[in-house]
Write a protein that binds this ligand. Sequence first.
Ligand SMILES: *Cc1c(COP(=O)(O)O)cnc(C)c1O
Length: 385
Amino acid sequence: MDISHIINHLGEEREEYYGAVAPPVFQTSNFCFNSVAEMREKLKRELETPFYSRGYNPTVAILRKKLAALEGAEDALVFSSGSAAVAAAIMSVVNAGDHIVCVQKPYSWTRTVISKYLAKYGVTHTFVDGGEVENFEKAIEENTKLIYLESPNSLTFEMQDITAIAALAKSKNITTIIDNSYSTPINQQPLSMGVDIVVHSASKYLNGHSDVIAGVVCSTKKRIEQLMAEEYMTIGSIISPQDAALILRGLRTLELRVNRSAESAKKVVEFLENHPKIKQLNYPFASKNPQLHLAKKQMKQGGGLLSIELKVEKLEQAEKFCDSLKRFLIATSWGGYESLVFPMCALVASQSFVNPLPWNLVRLYIGLEDADLLIEDLKQALEKI
Ligand SMILES: *Cc1c(COP(=O)(O)O)cnc(C)c1O
């Protein structure tokens, strides 16, 4: 795969729009025709030619081509959020009475759509510890139609053996979906490991500038056609042409940004790994990660996200650490240019609050700032606790 060609040129038919170098924003809901006969013809191919922008829009179409090619997929659909993409992909696989096996700590709204929303329609589920392939095997039932993966997950970075689980699923005629937001196709290529459907929050690395909410589903032509005719067109959670153009712009630097963020994160991890005020460091490529071999097997490198458990007694100390950081914004999300800190203690009203994740957990996103300055900042904040 020639990433540079995909990012810079694929899908851009410049002769179609006056040789414009940057793709035009087709800010139109609608397209017109010269005759009834032409309209009739176009209506037959509503999902693959300009007819009405809920289905096909030329700006969005360029983005679809690039995203599909990056993941090594035949086609892709772009949604108005990552959550919309995740929900649509799952709904395209299961029917009432079906069962889903899902890794135990997926993104929060993925968990909600599986455990609460689809339960309303008679879809059942089992969450499993994804560290062992046999946990998936044991959880599979007669009516299991979907295995849902998120490797690594985006808070504690546990990984699943993608190749082995995809093979297990294939042998039982079960569809697999993976959320690849953390790695992006730059660092992990799940379709080449046998996964059926890849989903993304494009709000993170793919757009990369913290100014768009969007999501992606990549798969075979056949699956995407069906998904488009069903979930995409009926729920209608599509991306606007403006936002698609912003993601096209963001994609130009995808490889540069992902690599910079990963290289800086590596330096930060090296600094944090043996720090006396840190109880636990979660990162796929951390030298003490028991899953390090798996990270090396299926990922090119880690991403810019990591989390730490602070060695503190009181909630106030965790809070103080976060408040003392000067170069990290306190915010959710990740994958933009700016470094962020997401404190678990913000979710906790008091220390007695029961949360599946420890209150002393702090997630750091390493953005594009100078790594040494970020490390200095972490150092002074750790000295304050
Ligand atoms: C943010 C995120 C999502 C949801 O995407 P939105 O664009 O916020 O709707 C899904 N999965 C992962 C791993 C995420 O980080």
